[in-house]
Design a protein around this ligand. Structure first.
Ligand code: ATP
Ligand code: MG
Ligand code: MG
Length: 377
């Protein structure tokens, strides 16, 4: 079997690594250069995208922001899983909000902004604590602006008036005073069978995921039900095949969807060591029609992103139950360079491993690590 993934970053790399033992070959489309590459070396395979599509049994994506022409070409091959409608729901916040409201899935209150003047009305109805998001191409908090106070409104309007809002509208969202962020990563097979990983608790810093803990502590049956119901509604709507991630805000006993990601997700990286079947393997299994694998957590896991830094010692691997996953990138501020997976039998054991890990790292680059270890201890 041959799989062609759109996008050639770390997610394609990790899908490749998970596919090898299954005898499945993965190549990737570098969507910036319109080339077909090896997902590990990133070297060109000297193959046109047309020929790569022809040779592949299945096409899939590592990220939702695939250029429209490429996505259409992929969809028209009849081999794309999940399909382009599902991918677009994750790529375009206007579509995303529309499907959430159509399916009656709770999400944060918002207004669609196609002219900056509409921000006045947004402030009147939603209040003056807003997060403004470009409807397309945003990730890791890029393409977002925050209004913290009414006095910033004029200068914000000035900034946003430079954008082409007719073509790429903004979403003005009420700043949700959430208790915490959770995500549900699940997978739906070709026959419609579904497996869920346990909910993960996610800690963000400056709009970017830093730490995930899974299973998230203190999950009630009620929270699980809400998350799984939202997931089920979405996958049924799209006849979805593959891994889907749904990000939530927990407010009291309720979950609000923040956004959906039609792909393997950073908050599911812990599954590489924390479960029998990682999200990467299960995505490959799903799209190639293989039976899905066990998604149960083996213990307690933490995933720590290595962001914008490479000045740490690989001696951290001397820590028991500590695994390093590097993406082979050169360092840049805010760039995800790799992640570290930790496991423990209990949360307090996990907290101990996290505290030990902190001694091996330049701690200013890991602002959430010790806080979270303290909470779990
Ligand atoms: P990702 O890399 O997850 O795709 P993104 O750039 O698409 O990120 P969001 O997930 O929409 O952005 O937002 C990033 C983070 O900003 C959220 O995880 C959350 O911490 C914060 N955030 C976003 N929307 C809101 C909101 N309405 N209220 C409060 N915080 C928010
Ligand atoms: Mg996003
Ligand atoms: Mg997000």
């Amino acid at each position: 079997m041959k799989v062609l993934i759109y996008g050639s970053g770390q997610l394609a790399q990790m899908m490749y690594l998970a596919a090898v033992p299954l005898g499945i070959q993965v190549s990737a489309v570098d969507v910036g250069n319109h080339t077909v590459v090896d997902p590990i070396s990133k070297r060109s395979l000297e193959l046109s995208i047309e020929d790569a599509i022809e040779q592949a049994d299945v096409l899939s994506v590592e990220f939702e922001h695939v250029p429209e022409d490429l996505l259409e070409q992929a969809q028209s091959s009849g081999k794309l899983l999940p399909n382009s409608e599902a991918i677009l729901a994750g790529a375009d916040r206007v579509r995303e909000k529309a499907v959430l409201s159509k399916l009656a899935i709770a999400n944060s209150e918002h207004r669609i902004i196609t002219q900056v003047e509409q921000l006045d009305e947004a402030v009147e109805t939603l209040g003056d604590k807003l997060i403004i998001k470009a409807s397309r191409d945003g990730y890791d908090g890029y393409g977002q602006w925050r209004l913290a106070h009414i006095e910033q409104l004029d200068s914000l309007k000035n900034t946003l008036s430079q954008l082409d809002l007719q073509n790429v509208p903004l979403i003005a969202e009420k700043m949700v005073p959430f208790e915490r962020e959770l995500s549900l990563v699940g997978v739906r097979g070709l026959q419609g069978d579904i497996q869920f990983y346990p909910l993960a608790e996610n800690l963000h810093h400056q709009g970017q995921l830093h730490v995930s803990v899974a299973p998230a502590p203190d999950i009630t049956e009620n929270l699980n039900q809400q998350a799984q119901l939202a997931f089920k509604k979405l996958v049924e709507e799209y006849d979805y095949v593959g891994v889907l991630a749904v990000e939530f805000f927990q407010v009291g006993d309720s979950l609000l969807v923040n956004e959906i990601a039609p792909r393997v997700h950073n908050s599911g990286h812990w599954t590489q060591q924390g479960t029998d079947t990682s999200q990467f393997e299960n995505h490959i299994r799903a799209i190639t029609g293989l039976p899905l694998g066990n998604t149960k957590a083996k213990g307690k896991s933490a995933m720590i992103n290595i962001i914008g830094c490479d000045d740490y010692s690989t001696d951290l691997l001397s820590i028991k139950n500590c695994h390093l996953h590097l993406y082979g990138k050169t360092v840049r501020p805010k760039r995800k360079m790799g992640h570290i997976n930790l496991t423990g039998k209990t949360y307090s054991e996990l907290a101990e491993v996290m505290t030990t890990l902190a001694k091996f790292l330049p701690i200013q680059a890991f602002p959430k690590l010790l806080d979270e270890a303290d909470k779990l201890a």
